[in-house]
Design a protein around this ligand. Sequence first.
Ligand code: TYD
Length: 427
Amino acid sequence: MHAYDAVIFDLDGTLTDSKPGILESTEYALNKIGFPVPDAAVLQKFLGPPLAESFMKYCGMDESQAALATEYYRETYNPGGWKNNAVYPRIRALLSELHGRGVFLAVATGKPLGNARKILEYFDLLPYFDAVSGPDLNDLHADKAALIRKVLPAGKRAVMVGDTAGDVLGARGAGVDSVAALYGYGDEGETRTAGPTHVVRNTDTLCALLCPDMPKPKGYFVTFEGVDGCGKSTQIAAMEQKLTQFGYTVRRTREPGGCPIAEEIRKIVLAKEDGGMCPETEALLFAAARAQHLKEVILPSVAQGKIVLCDRFVDSSLVYQGNARGLSREWVKEINRAALREGAPDATIYLRMSHTEALRRRLSVSDPDRIEQMGDSFQARTEAGYEELCRENPDRFVPVDAAQAPEKVAEDAFRALFARMKKEGVL
Ligand code: TYD
């Protein structure tokens, strides 16, 4: 059973790792106003308290200078700097679980309320909260205890979770228990001296404290497929970054390869010179590499609750060795049985692009490997093969128009995948 029926969270350094975006904009503001940038240990103290207060306390500014520096800060932070931020692992699942159990959830932050809401909304955390409090834009001296009292519900046993001494003292001022989140930005000594009720080192121990019987994280296996040149590498990298920022633990991998034995097989099967390899050998080598990769990397990572993003998987064999090389689909399935049953992907992002457009893009960037050297009709058969698989697996395939601008492709792919993961309780 959860010990508290109301939990109030600080935002920066507690729910999200907002350090990169905040420091980037702080340095910009200091340079523009002509004050020296303090060393890293001092800059770290800017994370959490209201900004103007830190400019005065750590840089020796007076009130009007601090107000101007805050304006400069907002010039880069407000347009997009705020997105340079990441939800801590397990936080989404914790909020979902507590919210589902009827626990009252709120945020009390030193960040201007509008910005705080914008960040919570962007990361899709806002729906879990019953209330959010933060200073208004012109308030340079927000008092944490007052911010906590603003969202404190009557008649509940509440706790405040925060990463700094200010949060702990604020909780005391508001008359509630506190959890010091040592994984954030607060100075450990100062935070402990403030006398928190509980101390946690990471979000796993935070989950154990607030939600003792919380289910283990669910893993998810996602493959990326498409014709040669459809932009898979760029898209997987973008997806990895976005999922990580949304608080997921990602394991990126590829086929053929992904582990030492399979990478050795990759060298043979993709060698540039054609050693007269017959299609059956080729198919068996891909399947052999896959068997190792599945057991050594994919299944254990999913079992650990990770989101596995794999560049190509068994669909590539069905399409390349089946449709394109002309081997029987049934036989290719047979030699890949494990990958089609216990190792079947939860979702396949299909980067849909015509083989002619893909060829045009490919020729402009790289030196083709043995399979990419196959002619136009081979590539046309791979395109047809993917379209066929997409029709046959409507529940698993997530088609995305890959001929759009890369940022738009990334956005469409992320939206579709995230919606699907949420629906399946992968948080
Ligand atoms: P890929 O790594 O996507 O190529 P690159 O990184 O050079 O863009 O894939 C290598 C090639 O291997 C590609 O042409 C598709 C082919 N392939 C198969 O024919 N069967 C398979 O099972 C797999 C995984 C890949």
